[in-house]
Structure formats: C-alpha cells, structure tokens
Ligand binder design. Sequence first.
Ligand SMILES: Cc1ncc(COP(=O)(O)O)c(C=O)c1O
Length: 382
Amino acid sequence: MQTDLLKQAADIYGTPLYVYDLPFIIKRITSLKDLFFDLDFRIAYAMKANFNRDLLKTLNNFGLMIDVVSYGEYLHARSIGFAPDRIIVNGNCKKVDQLKTYVNNGVFSINLDSYEELLRLEKIIDSQTNISIRVNPDVDAKTHPHISTGLKENKFGVDFDTAAAMIRRIEKNKYLKLIGFHCHIGSQITEIQPYLEAITSLIDFIEKTGIEIEILNLGGGWGIDYGDGKFLDLNEYRNKILPLLKKTMKTVIFELGRWITAPAGYLISKVEYVKKTRYKIFVVVDTGMTHLIRPALYGAKHKIIPLYPSNDRKMIVADIVGPACESSDVLRKEYKLPEPAEGELITICDVGAYGFAMASEYNLIPKPIEVIWDGEKFIKSS
Ligand SMILES: Cc1ncc(COP(=O)(O)O)c(C=O)c1O
C-alpha cells in the first residue's frame, strides 16, 4: 500500500492505527483461484488470524467458508452472516452445550480433535451430523515450536491408529457422517517437504482403510515473506502436491489465515521519543507488544518502514520499543533506520494476521483503531 495513503489514514484517525488493504486481500483470493483452477477446492478463512467484522463481511460476500476454533468465533461468524453450512468447527476443547449448538444448527463439519470428543458427541447426538477427524501425522513443520501443531507431542488431533478406531465407531452410528479428514501441521511454513510428508501419509491412510470420504481439509500454514525472503512457494506446491490431490478426486479445503490477510495489514505508530543512552538508542513509539505480540511471543521480525522523509537523514541503529512496562516490549532490536524526530510516523508491515486478533489491554493501554481501505476510501471499523 502506498505510504501516502497510510499517512493520510494516520492524519484522519491518529495513532496507533491498524490499516487493512482490502483490494490486496481480494487479489490474493483471486490469484489462488487462478493458480489452482484445475483443482476442486474451497477456501475456508481461519478467523483466528483476523476477526475484523468488515473484513469478514467481505470474505463472506466472496463465498468463502470460515474456520472457527471457539464458540465465540462461531457466534461471531453467525452474526456476520456466515451460514452454518459454511462453518467448519475446529478446536480441542468443545464443550457439551457448544457441540449441541453445532449439531442443531447443521454446521459444515465438526472436526473431531480426539477419541474422547467422539464419545462426548455420541452421547448428545440426535440428528444427522457431518464430522471430520483431525489427524496428527507427526510431521515436523520446521516452523517456530509455538506454531507447530502436527508433531505427536502437540496437543492437536489423533494418530492414525486412533483415527482408525474412531472410524470403526463412527460407522456404527446412524447419525454421524464422516465427510473427511483434517490435517493442519502448523503456521508460517516455508518448505514444501512437511506438506508433502503429511499429505502423503494421510492419503496412504485413506487408501489403506478404504473409507469413502468427500473432503480433504489440509489446514493452513502457508508461510509469507516477512522480509527475510522465506515463504512458501506456491508454484512448487502446485508442481509437487497438486498431482497427489487431484488423484484422490476429493474436494480439498485450504484453511488459510496468515497467507490471506497478513501482508494486507499495517500498524502505524508515532515516534514519541528518541532516547539516547550511553549504550543504545531507543526509538520509543506509541505501539508495542500489547498491539502486536508476535515479536515478544515468537521473536518474529516485522519490517518497519519510516513514513517520514528519509533521504537526508543520518542512519542510526536502534531498538524500536513500545510503551508497555515489560523489557520484552521490543518491536525490533538493533534495527537500522533513518533517524526519526519526535512526532514522526513509522509503519510496521505484514500485521494483518495475528496482529489485532492477539492484542490485549495489558497495562490498560487501549487497543488501536482499525480501518479498512476499500480501494477508494477508509472505513473505520466499529
Ligand atoms: C486448525 C487451524 N486451521 C487453520 C489455521 C490457519 O493457519 P495460518 O494462519 O497459518 O494459515 C490455524 C492456525 O493456527 C489452525 O489452527
């Protein structure tokens, strides 16, 4: 997005401010339809990445499905207008009453996370219900341990033996219809190999059991380039994985969050102080870990761009830090940038996923405003 537009947004709404570039998101979705034109697939947006209402309304209008991982997300999806038959329910802790609601409303699929969840569902079920089994293929996604979900020590899904036992139970239940399998091995995955391993083992399992299903939900996790040049190469994905998927003749679901919205998000912030100590320079800005926790939580590195004239400025190396009372409130450590002056603006890039969605009011620092750029004007989110 052009820096002039970002400055304009900050002039109107002040800082700190999240801006989402809607045309970018739409282009992203269209490009996927173009790339996989010969595959029977659907996109389910992973709401956890960004639950902004206006953004979700657009995705709903585009006919996307939605992945929810909590009852709160389910209610949010319904309030936005997602029909139950476009809602996929994930999560490892579905409560009894919540399961009853999903059954009564006829969601697209309840993705079972455990054998125990199947037993719970059997006790309450009294009408036809679509379910899937989340398998854990024990594959190293080669991503940050906090966002790896497909290893046997991770809490998600079941191993193939347990999945086989679940299938045997499900076949005996007149209300349960096993429509597919779900496999999400992690987030910000930048190599094809883990997908190849996971998908191959899932397809082998399906062939061995001979079970008739319609859906292969391959989760999300597609890595984007945060500035280090590493990202999931979708052409490679097409070349290496598409042939496997096409052979199965199943409908594929890509359950994407980060890949769709992360690069469309900007967090604009004002420089409050340039604090110089004997040891370091700190650029103190009016946003930080309470608005964007990824750097503190995962050591994530986001690009930070000055929104001030920088040609004539001396370059400095500084820690860019926020206002929270935590030493981990550092957006970038030892970052090279043109020396800013008090009151000037910077923007943090690629924050459209797991940004505002993970924000808190720790220290009673208010959350930022969010605005959408719709291609013509800014719309403030309610
Ligand atoms: C079950 C499930 N599906 C999809 C996603 C989306 O992942 P990503 O944002 O990496 O595409 C996640 C995120 O962790 C998830 O837990």
